[in-house]
Design a protein around this ligand. Structure first.
Ligand SMILES: Cc1cc2nc3c(=O)[nH]c(=O)nc-3n(C[C@H](O)[C@H](O)[C@H](O)COP(=O)(O)OP(=O)(O)OC[C@H]3O[C@@H](n4cnc5c(N)ncnc54)[C@H](O)[C@@H]3O)c2cc1C
Length: 379
């Protein structure tokens, strides 16, 4: 057993961290207030191989592991959890197409996905179905030319911003077996978007409903086989949950680093506040929580990379444990900054706002408990 990162993995982490410090962190607050991330950023990230992190190299991807991907998203989130997580969703789409798409499908979408000339969004949630995703209602009727879609997707990260949408739609019976996955390109006839959602965090990402009104999609936009879309969506989420956890971890680590520095500078009652033992113990707790979360996250990623039978359970446990720990640490760091933690200039309140949604999306942490306990009682 070896808990150390390889030399290559250390380089991957350092590269993503360096890129984030130089090209993301200085602009993160501005992009928040503008409610959008400049599209020019994506090809720069793609040049580093981060547009298709686990897409095969023959289609322009980097062919890296899920563990490698967690390093990238932890490092990018240290600059901005919102930007890093947006890239993670794009990569989740790439992973699904690479794993389940036909040869033609991969040729069609992956090169532009990997170069990030096309940015992809993932559309599963609907206004009436979030946690119970298999109850989705958006219908795709087969026609001579392809599919006609009718319905609405909700909460879509990149809605009205992305170039292509990987959509889970109903082509058959009720329940998970009637669901298929199709790609809908921006500009498709009958595709429109709701108003931008006003949110607590992840403010630099546009979020909106994606609406289909007799939206026409060519037959070869189907990913894999009809009726398998729900299993593709869930497989995508195993890795997605690792990345969402890694993003939470990176955000919390940044908050803790800022706090250690701040506590050495801030004085109260005649001494630096890092001299109060009660506060030193808080730092010790936060450090322990984050190191434990990191080790557990990397174990879950390693299980997914190895195709272990209990990888889904470990991805769910990692998401539950890491995102809860990360939010608690970030929120505690805000407290240790006193009133200054509440001010935007100190960089902590944004992290707290951004990290809150990591406990909610890609399956709420209640649903993680459901996945974990179901697997425990079924064996
Ligand atoms: C900022 C943001 C971005 C998002 N981006 C995307 C995206 O890009 N693509 C996408 O498809 N979706 C996206 N989502 C949607 C997200 O995945 C859902 O919000 C999430 O899955 C929860 O669904 P819901 O909001 O409908 O809550 P509900 O399913 O209505 O849940 C409400 C509450 O009930 C609990 N609950 C539900 N069922 C159970 C149960 N069986 N046992 C115990 N508790 C239960 C939940 O945990 C929650 O606390 C995004 C959401 C947000 C906020």
């Amino acid at each position: 057993m070896d808990f150390a990162l390889s030399e290559e993995q250390t380089l991957i982490f350092d590269m993503a961290k360096g890129f984030g410090e130089e090209n993301i962190a200085p602009h993160a607050q501005k992009w928040e207030s503008e409610g959008s991330i400049p599209k020019e950023l994506w090809p720069q990230l793609a040049e580093l191989g981060l547009g298709g992190i686990y897409v095969s190299e023959e289609y322009g991807g980097s062919g890296l592991s899920r563990l490698d991907a967690t390093l990238v998203f932890e490092a990018l989130a240290m600059a901005c959890p919102s930007v890093g997580s947006f890239l993670s969703i794009h990569n989740m789409c790439g992973g699904m197409i690479d794993k389940f798409g036909s040869e033609e499908t991969k040729q069609k979408w992956l090169p532009e996905l990997c170069s990030m000339n096309k940015v992809f969004s993932y559309c599963l949630t609907e206004p009436g179905s979030g946690s119970d995703a298999a109850a989705l209602k958006t219908r795709a009727e087969r026609t001579n030319d392809g599919y006609v879609l009718n319905g609405t997707k909700a909460f879509i990260s990149g809605g009205s911003y992305s170039d292509a949408y990987v959509c889970m739609v109903r082509t058959g019976e009720d329940g998970p077996k009637g669901i298929s996955t199709v790609v809908v390109e921006d500009g498709a006839d009958g595709l429109s978007f709701g108003a931008l959602e006003k949110k607590m965090g992840w403010l630099s990402q546009p979020t909106s409903q994606v609406q289909f009104d007799d939206c026409k999609v060519p037959a070869d936009n189907l990913i894999g086989e009809e009726g398998k879309g729900f299993s593709y969506a869930m497989a995508g989420l195993d890795g997605g949950r690792l990345n969402i956890s890694a993003g939470a971890l990176g955000g919390a680590q940044k908050a803790l680093d800022l706090t250690v520095q701040y506590m050495s500078e801030r004085k109260a009652f005649g001494k630096s506040i890092n001299q109060f033992q009660a506060l030193q113990f808080r730092l010790a707790e936060y450090e322990t929580k984050l190191q434990a979360a990191r080790t557990f996250l990397r174990q879950a990623a390693w299980k997914l990379d190895n195709g272990d039978h209990d990888a889904t359970k470990f991805c769910a446990m990692a998401k539950l444990m890491v995102t809860d720990a990360a939010f608690d640490v970030a929120n505690g760091c805000l407290q240790l900054h006193g009133g200054y933690g509440y001010l935007a200039d100190y960089g902590i309140e944004k992290i707290v706002r951004d990290l809150r949604v990591h406990q909610i999306l890609e399956g709420t942490n209640e649903i993680m408990r459901l996945i974990i306990s179901r697997q425990m009682i079924s064996t």
